[in-house]
Design a binder for this molecule. Sequence first.
Ligand SMILES: [Zn+2]
Length: 257
Amino acid sequence: MANKKVETCYACDEIASSKEHVPPKCLFPTELGVNYRKGLITVPSCDLHNGKKSDDDEFLLASLAGIIGCNNVGLLHKFTKVNRAIRRSGGRLLDKALKEQNVKLYDLPNGGKFDVTWGKPDLKRLHECFSLIGRGLYKHKYERAFNGTVNCEVLYVPTNNRGWKGYREFVVSEMANELSNIKVEGQNPDVFQWVLGPEDFSGASCGRLIFYGNLVVYLAFIPQLFDAENHKSLFNIAQSITKSVYIQKDGQRYRIN
Ligand SMILES: [Zn+2]
């Protein structure tokens, strides 16, 4: 009798009860006359880590499609499917994606109106969503769940902290370097592209997600056993020093406080 392989969840390694699309299927438009759903990735998932059941999928869609910087595919997707979803939710979906909202109405030459909304994105929830996407891609690539923390840097959301800005530029340039020779994947590049770098001796690695052509998120996979303190302390120490602190690397200088 053959042993049937037990599928386990991409995020927690518990026995899986369903399949989850990574990233969520709703990000890939169907209404634009082009097939943007080629070769979508699915991974086994438990109920808890199934985005559809926690409405993370719609949150992510409202947070990405149509925001400033995304390409035409993201923009068109926003003005069709996303706005329908926002209307259906009576605006609650937009409230979840953006805090402290401002809406400005513009008049169009044909007498119509055009609205632009801005506000503070729910970064904590966005981080959770992107980390889970990272875990899903990891499971897809290595056929096991990642055991550790997945941190993310959402590059399209600017930071006001000058020290963090410099440190982030440094960390991101290091990660970009590490990924520069790795094949970028994703069969619908106008919607989503991804790359995961190789693991180093400690099991740490990094990755990059790009949504709608321009919305870039970097991921750092930090294994459970890794001493993350050394990794962070440089930035933390710099914050307690009154003089300017710089990291110098490859002819670049990054101010980190
Ligand atoms: Zn799970």
